[in-house]
Design a protein around this ligand. Structure first.
Ligand code: ZN
Length: 412
């Protein structure tokens, strides 16, 4: 393929703009899962699917699929339509609209083997549970989880919401590896790597895993006025020192894109006139390489042992969660790269620091992702944006990548 397939980028921008007005909030959207605005956006999608010749189907967790009637192998493509609260207009919809455009352009073309199925996964943003729809599709959601899931903002139960939306008795669909040769998802980068490097398209190599730790500090609770500085066993101070040690030592053994965050600190009892007797921090590491994280974990344990030996407080590190990085399939990465170059776009191979539905799909079929730049790297906020030019370039690269995957599907 030497000439790129033409894409109607004006239609892509018009569709995204329509979605931007459904649940508009300032220059972004407020479209939480199963809100009126979210349901309206799914209705819009079903109409668009019908116009595109796709047979739409909604499953029992709220995933909306558009099945292609084109004979031959199918590529599954999509993302999500709900948003974080008071968030951006492109996080999710970009991938759904690109997928729709790929179906409109490629399905039925004689020079493309097979067709594109479109999907909008429900609740990627985890209002009820993280990656709910795509996780359900790979068989990772139990009925018990649905029983206990509640909207984190309103407290409404998921069962009640499924009842209200008429999905309570609709079956949940499971992945069909016999139908799909792979999954491709486009997304805004949500960071500033592409913008800073002046690159048009990110070829996602892997989605990071998230490791979580609880680090506890044991000292002696005492009076803040009568206890001399020398006699204190201040667990809060021990915690602060530990944070500084992490920041000093992690860069030496971390990978180029490892990130770490102390997301929560608790002091006991946490009163102005009491020396904290205990302290606790929730600590998170994200990386695509478990070996890098193993090195960082060794640093944590080593520094905890040293601090405990030195005193006056003891330090304990407990791992709460093991990360599961998801590698993107090499053939799909190659297709995204080649398609981008075909449409004159520059590319950068990069990991995703954020979670995406593609990480679920990667466990059951070859999966890949394409990123477009985010202005100022801002996301999960209503000012999130991408230039029209970058959106158009991304659409052309995405549709052509879908064509390449379908043409070369025997290699996957
Ligand atoms: Zn997203």
């Amino acid at each position: 393929m030497t000439q790129p397939i033409e894409v109607d980028t004006a239609r892509v921008l018009a569709d995204l703009t329509t979605l931007r007005h459904i649940g508009a909030f300032k220059s972004g959207v407020h479209r939480p899962t199963f809100s009126d605005a979210h349901i309206q956006s799914l209705d819009w999608l079903r109409r668009r699917m019908t116009e595109a010749g796709l047979a739409h189907e909604t499953d029992g967790i709220g995933n909306v699929y558009g099945w292609s009637a084109t004979p031959g192998p199918k590529l599954l493509a999509g993302s999500h339509l709900e948003s974080q609260n008071e968030a951006g207009w492109l996080d999710g919809p970009l991938g759904v609209v690109y997928a729709l455009e790929a179906a409109r352009v490629l399905n039925g073309r004689s020079d493309v083997k097979g067709g594109v199925d479109v999907v909008a996964w429900c609740d990627e943003e985890g209002h009820f549970a993280p990656l709910l729809g795509s996780r359900s599709y790979i068989g990772g959601v139990t009925e018990e989880e649905i029983d206990s899931a509640r909207d984190r903002t309103s407290g409404r139960s998921l069962r009640e919401v499924l009842q209200a939306t008429g999905l309570a008795t609709t079956p949940r669909l499971l992945a069909r590896p016999d139908r799909h040769v792979g999954y491709l998802e486009a997304h805004i980068e949500q960071g500033d790597t592409l913008e800073r490097s002046g690159i048009d398209i990110g070829v996602v190599t892997a989605i990071v895993g998230i490791w979580q730790y609880e680090i506890t500090f044991q000292g002696q609770q005492n009076h803040a006025g009568t206890t001399s500085m020398a006699a204190r066993k201040d667990a809060g101070l021990a915690l602060a020192r530990f944070c500084v040690e992490i920041d000093d030592r992690f860069p030496v053994v971390a990978g180029a894109r490892t990130v770490w965050t102390t997301g929560r600190i608790e002091l006991e009892p946490g009163a102005p006139s009491i020396i904290p007797g205990a302290a606790r921090m929730l600590f998170q590491v994200r990386d695509t390489d478990p070996e890098v994280v193993a090195r960082l974990e060794a640093v944590l344990h080593d520094r905890a042992a040293v601090a405990t030996a030195r005193g006056p407080c003891s330090v304990a590190v407990k791992r709460l969660r093991v990360g599961k990085p998801a590698a993107m399939h090499q053939t799909i990465q190659d297709a995204v790269e080649r398609a981008s170059h075909l449409v004159g776009a520059s590319t950068l191979a990069m990991p995703s620091g954020a979670g995406h539905d593609a990480q679920m799909l990667a466990t059951v079929m070859p999966a890949g992702m394409l990123f477009v730049p985010s202005i100022g790297g801002i996301s999960h906020q209503w000012t999130e944006n991408t230039s029209d030019t970058d959106i158009a370039t991304g659409a052309r690269a995405f549709v052509n990548a879908c064509a390449l995957v379908l043409r070369g599907q025997s290699d996957i």
